[in-house]
Structure formats: C-alpha cells, structure tokens
Ligand binder design. Structure first.
Ligand code: PGA
Length: 240
C-alpha cells in the first residue's frame, strides 16, 4: 500500500485526477470505478476542468459506481446516480450507455446485484477504482462485519454511516439500506486509489493501514491488494 500525505484536498485532487485522466489518455476505453460522497468531489472538478480545456474525452469510458441507496431511483436528487450526474457525468462527454449503477429501484435491485459482477467482468474488469473510507472503515457500503463480502449485496447501514450521511438528506429520511459492490468486486480492480481527508477519518485510516486485516475494518483488506495508493491530508494521517 503506497501512502501519500498531501497538504490539502486540492493537492490530492490534482494528483488523483491526473491518475484517472492519464489512464483515459492511455486507453480511451478504460473502465473506471467511481465513488460518491465528499471525498472525490474535488477530483471530479479537476476532471471537468481538463475536459473543458479539451485535454481529455470520456466518451468511450465505461464506469461502474460503488453503491446506491435502496428505494431511490435515478431521478431522486438524493440518489448517488443523481450525485454523479451533478458532480461529473452531466459536465463531461460521458456516454450514459456505458454508465453502470446498482439499481436503487426496489423492483430492479436484486437483479442488478446478481448481474453487476458479471457486467464488470464483461467490460474487462475495472482499471482504476476510486474509493473513500467511512469513519467506521467501510469502503463502498461494506460496513464492519464478520466476514468479507464478495459480490454486490443489500446492506443495512450502520448508525455511524447514517449519522455521517443523513446531513445530505434535506427533505427526506435517509434510507437504512443500500446496495454495494462487494469487497471481492473492489479487490478485483487492477488499481485502487483511496482518498481520505479530515481528522474524523484518522482512526479509520490508522486501522486500514496499520491494523490487522479484518472485516471489522473493511478497508484493511486493501493491505492485501498489490496496487493501492492512499491519498491523505495531514489531519487524516495524524495517527500514523
Ligand atoms: P465521504 O464518505 O467521502 O463523504 O467522507 C466516504 C465514505 O463513506 O466512503
């Protein structure tokens, strides 16, 4: 695991966006795994800027997002699909035919979980998976558990995740369930780039990097992957 401690979120976003953009320049048909939440937002801004300057096109890129809330359709402003439209997809030349999401729509969610790993493998596997980390050590919505998951599944969110994310739900109660790519799906990505900023992440970051590999801190499994770069600011790195 390579750990890079940067001055701030802006410096992190410059490096992480370069990694993603360089991959797309090298292979315009790259397969990228995207994350939602606050951590990747600055990186997405740098990607939009590069697109606007004509430095990169995303039109042939295939994307897989990590997770989605149960009960929220693509049209719901609180859905992660909507988040990706607002923060990246709607501002670059992404081909929505190549955008893949677990379906929060109850009628489709089981099927989407069943098919997602197969879709990833049909696309050739994920070249770079972007991740954040929860204050409880989750990646995607793989919450602390007794064992590591493999493929996508429906998860009951922990009170820690609900308390971190409910601030985004203004007119609505946050769903208690979500669909997430499994740990196996994440670990099969050829390269993983994780971003963590702020003091609130320091404990989870410490356990991920220095703790034992255990499903009680799902991110610790990344110690077993051979190509992971972790980008931290000074606050999230303070216990290392
Ligand atoms: P955040 O969430 O980027 O909003 O801090 C990260 C996560 O929960 O994985």
């Amino acid at each position: 695991m390579e750990v890079r401690i940067m001055e701030n979120a802006f410096e992190i976003s410059k490096e992480v966006s370069s990694i993603l953009i360089n991959k797309v320049k090298e292979n315009p048909h790259a397969v990228l795994g995207f994350a939602t939440g606050a951590s990747p937002v600055e990186t997405y801004k740098r990607m939009i800027e590069a697109f606007e300057k004509g430095e990169v096109s995303f039109k042939n890129v295939t994307t897989f997002n990590l997770d989605e809330y149960c009960g929220l359709t693509h049209e719901d402003e609180n859905s992660y699909y909507w988040f990706m439209k607002e923060n990246l997809f709607g501002k670059v030349d992404i081909d929505y035919e190549k955008v893949n999401f677990l379906s929060g729509d109850e009628a489709k969610s089981e099927k989407s979980c069943r098919e997602y790993s197969e879709k990833i493998s049909q696309a050739g596997g994920i070249d770079i998976q972007l991740l954040g980390i929860g204050t409880n050590g989750h990646i995607g919505f793989n919450e602390p558990a007794d064992s590591f998951s493999d493929g996508p599944f429906k998860v009951r969110l922990t009170s820690s995740t609900i308390s971190s994310n409910s601030k985004y739900f203004v007119n609505k109660k946050m769903p208690e369930y979500a669909l997430t790519m499994g740990i196996g799906d994440i670990m099969r990505a050829r390269r993983i780039v994780l971003i963590a900023t702020g003091e609130g992440k320091a404990d989870a970051v410490f356990k991920m990097i220095k703790g034992e590999v255990s499903p009680s801190c799902p991110a610790s499994v990344l110690q077993n992957h051979n190509d992971v770069i972790v980008y931290l600011d000074k606050e999230s790195a303070k216990l290392l």
